[in-house]
Design a protein around this ligand. Structure first.
Ligand SMILES: *Cc1c(COP(=O)(O)O)cnc(C)c1O
Length: 854
């Protein structure tokens, strides 16, 4: 049979004059958090809006002319259109408040934020999971706050894959090309021609064009190698997010790090703070050093200069999240670039080596190339300090410079509009109180019935949505009608208000999606109790190369298809941000069972809490700070020294115990009013304690205060007077590195073992400085109280010893340091004396990683 060639023709509408600014709205990611803008598009043609997957630009190309013409004549629509536009204009007019301008002067400072993925909205699929969503939320909050801020990333034509799960429970990954004119971006032109940046690659130059995405007040620039100047292979370098092999990965990272700096240069932007969000972008250090060297600085001075204005954030302790490139690959890939830059491989290797391995670790490179560093929760900050401790070899991990800022989520994006409207009535100024926990006490004043009715309405919307998804998925898979009906049975009768537990995130193995199945018999009994049924909904993608992750999907699929559990276990395909919003607003309980301490932060539980869902989670990541005993439930992780199998069993038993004895009884303790008072109370406790702490405004302001402002100041100090301090520091560090090996501390005078509480004692040590000067070091005594019931055992007092005499003859050339002190604590205390190199210009006093103890 002859198969006809098919030509696609798209008849585009013309937008009526009176609606001309729809185009502007479609080109600003403001729509990704403003429900009003999205509703405006949906109103014109609700079915098409679904069909184009909530993509405003695509919608405006495909919508029928008569729909637009009708809208242009519809007075109700026009008034809504004008209302939305005035909200938008008002948003753009807001100037940054003093909390920002006193820290970062918008005229003279600029934060550049680099990340490999950005998750703003489902219509812009250049994200895979938590990291991307977090980066999107960071940008959104930066826009809300009016920060001087610019973001840099890559434009992946195919983005991340679309997932289907077939009848056998196999994940099928499909990549779809997105044409740039379907995305909320525009091509960056310079002097009338598209801007092209180039990066030297082995034996060739790779070019990238640049796209600009508007995110309210700020911009995101994305590099794209799909240009004629490149070979067909190079055009595909930016094809997929986390696709291809090691060579693809390092090439992408060269484009992001090196190319990204060149984009900002070409645009005439001069950031004063550089934020490397995860190791993928760490090559930007090299490019900035290259530029400084072109101005005459040595590499070491260039590094001091640039590192001082750079923040590196590490996001995971899981090895797969850290890129490690072999020496050969780096030498080959960067060879030409390094030669041009006047750098040698050993320099890169010195910055990027870890555990004396023969490879370059992008996390190590990021850490050595920056002077500000953080993890993303209190627990993770500690874990990262230990994992990366060798960067500061002589510093105890608890003292090394890795701090933490706990991740938060963008409230306007993830809070259901139904809640937002309720808050508008109850506490009209709530949007400007996102960092004020006291203010959020207002949640308790919402009448219970009103509170519950909002939750119930959202839950029903979620139920309808899940039913639609399941029917579509199973029609395609050929599942029988009766099975599909049974699958959805508990969601189609909202009056029964069946408890729903949600679990959705990437299927990475450490997240242990299948932990809840450890005792199937018991689980089945709990879920299928006819009086108190429970539904557990799962969704998530596994990386196409992650076979164990895909195996977890299969296990859940099989259980969901078993007659005994059908309708109680549900597996949805193609988790994305749209599905996340639905599930997070609708479930009663949000489940998270990571293997401690691998969940660096996690953010989905924060989104659930904003919307009144209760967290049931292993005490890891953000939940370690969020849980207060009354606002959810927690599974205490067992010691990581135990056999993993045993650990899983124990934690799984805790989980089922909680579900059986606490969660289900509380949920179904319904009085005549039809809902559980105790549940509502707990849910309110969760909403009011979590919303004002785990949101992205608080997070970004923490970044501003603890890192951006200090980095900006440090950068200015280092570059003043023709880079005087940077040069001085580089020389000083070289001297310290050379001479430190010979320094030593010894007791000058025996320490008394006891004294009276008001009796001064003398601390005195002899220091062999090995040619260093007394002012090159700090000698200090740490006093730690003995833990007794009356004292907290945290922290120590630090007492600085002063130089008393140099080259003291009595001690044969040693230098004497001493201090007279009163015992800081009553009773028993321990005293430890240590010395480290010190220079006033250092960003962090222990950044050299050198320290000796008496
Ligand atoms: C928030 C979010 C995540 C992160 O979920 P975690 O449970 O924190 O891993 C992943 N994907 C999407 C679509 C999200 O919205």
């Amino acid at each position: 049979m002859h198969k006809a060639t098919e030509f696609k023709l798209e008849a585009r509408p013309s937008i009526p004059e009176s609606l001309s600014r729809l185009d502007e709205l479609a080109n600003d990611l403001f729509y990704s958090w403003d429900h009003g803008v999205r509703n405006l598009f949906a109103r014109i043609d609700p079915r098409l809006w679904q069909k184009v997957a909530h993509n405003p630009k695509l919608f405006l190309r495909r919508v029928a002319q008569n729909r637009l013409d009708e809208a242009a004549e519809d007075r109700a629509f026009l008034s809504e259109y004008r209302r939305i536009l005035s909200t938008y204009d008002a948003y753009l007019e807001v100037e940054p408040g003093p909390e920002v301008t006193t820290q970062l002067d918008p005229e003279t400072s600029l934060v550049a934020y680099f990340c490999a993925e950005f998750g703003f909205h489902e219509s812009f699929p250049i994200y895979s999971g938590g990291l991307g969503i977090l980066a999107g939320d960071h940008c959104k909050a930066a826009s809300d706050l009016g920060l001087p801020f610019v973001a840099v990333g890559l434009l992946y034509q195919q983005g991340y894959f679309i997932q289907t799960i077939n009848a056998q429970g196999q994940q099928v990954a499909r990549y779809q090309s997105h044409f740039s004119d379907e995305l909320p971006i525009s091509l960056v032109e310079l002097d009338g021609a598209p801007l092209l940046v180039s990066v030297p690659f082995p034996g060739r130059v790779v070019y990238a064009k640049v796209w600009k995405a508007r995110v309210g007040h700020i911009c995101l620039y994305l590099l794209d190698t799909h240009v004629e100047e490149n070979s067909p292979e190079d055009r595909e370098l930016t094809l997929q997010l986390y696709g291809g092999d090691e060579t693809t990965r390092i090439s992408q990272e060269m484009l992001l790090g090196i190319g990204g700096v060149r984009v900002l240069d070409a645009l005439g932007l001069s950031p004063t703070v550089w934020h490397i969000n995860e190791g993928h972008a760490a090559f930007l250090i090299l490019e900035r050093c290259r530029k400084a060297m072109a101005e005459g600085l040595t590499f070491d001075a260039a590094l001091e200069l640039n590192a001082g204005s750079t923040l590196f954030t590490t996001h995971t302790p899981v090895p797969a999240g850290h890129d490690i490139f072999s020496r050969g690959l780096v030498q080959h890939s960067l060879g030409e670039y390094l030669a041009e830059a006047g750098l040698d491989f050993d320099t890169v290797f010195r910055l990027g080596s870890k555990n004396s391995g023969d490879s370059v670790n992008m996390t190590s490179l990021g850490l050595r190339g920056s002077r500000f560093h953080n993890g993303v929760s209190r627990i993770h900050g500690g874990v990262a300090s230990r994992m990366e401790g060798e960067i500061w070899p002589q510093i105890p991990p608890e003292d090394n410079p890795i701090g933490y800022i706990t991740n938060g989520v963008h409230v306007p994006t993830f809070l259901a509009p139904e809640w937002s409207s309720l808050f508008d009535i109850q506490a009209p100024t709530w949007k400007s109180e996102l960092r004020n926990p006291d203010f959020w006490e207002f949640v308790d004043r919402i009448p219970d019935y009103h509170y519950w009715s909002v939750h119930k309405a959202l839950k029903q919307q979620m139920g309808d949505y899940i039913v639609r998804c399941l029917r579509r998925q199973h029609r395609r898979n050929g599942t029988g009608h009766s099975a599909t009906e049974r699958m959805t049975q508990h969601l189609v009768s909202p009056e029964k208000d069946t408890m729903v537990i949600g679990f959705a995130r990437r299927f990475a193995t450490y997240k242990r999606a299948t932990l809840i199945f450890s005792d199937l018999e018991r689980l089945e009994r709990l879920l299928t109790d006819p009086e108190r049924p429970v539904v557990v909904v799962f969704a998530g993608k596994a990386h196409p190369k992650d076979k164990p992750g895909q195996q977890m999907i299969r296990v859940i699929h099989d259980l969901a298809m078993q007659p005994a559990l059908m309708g109680h276990i549900i597996l949805l395909e193609d988790y994305d941000q749209a599905m996340a919003r639905r599930l997070l607003c609708g479930v009663d309980v949000w489940l998270n069972t990571p293997e401690y301490p691998k969940e660096a932060s996690g953010t989905s539980g924060e989104k659930a809490a904003l919307n009144g869902a209760l967290n049931l989670s292993v005490l890891d990541g953000w939940w370690g700070e969020g849980y207060n005993g009354k606002n959810g439930w927690t599974i205490n992780p067992r010691s990581i020294d135990l056999d993993p199998e045993f650990r899983n069993q124990e934690e799984a038993r805790d989980l089922l115990d909680l579900i059986e004895f606490e969660v289900i009884p509380l949920y179904y303790n319904r009085a005549s009013q039809g809902y559980s008072k105790g549940w509502v109370q707990r849910s309110k406790a969760s909403m009011k304690t979590i919303t004002p702490r785990f949101n992205s405004q608080r997070m970004v302001m923490d970044y501003v205060e603890r890192y951006y402002q200090p980095a900006c100041t440090q950068g200015k100090k280092l570059s003043a007077n023709n880079y005087q301090l940077a040069t001085e520091l580089a020389d000083w560090k070289e001297r310290i590195r050379r001479d430190w090996k010979g320094v030593s501390l010894s007791v000058r005078q025996r320490m008394p073992a006891e004294c009276l509480h008001d009796q001064e004692i003398n601390l005195a040590v002899s220091v062999q400085l090995n040619g260093l000067k007394p002012e090159d070091v700090h000698v200090e005594c740490l006093v730690t109280p003995e833990c007794t019931g009356t004292h907290e055992c945290t922290g120590s007092d630090r007492i600085l010893l002063q130089c008393e005499a140099e080259d003291d003859e009595q001690t044969g050339g040693d230098t004497l340091f001493s201090a007279r002190i009163l015992p800081p604590y009553p009773g028993l205390q321990s005293l430890r004396i240590r010395m480290y190199p010190f220079h006033e210009g250092l960003t962090h006093p222990l950044e050299m990683g050198a320290m000796i103890w008496l």
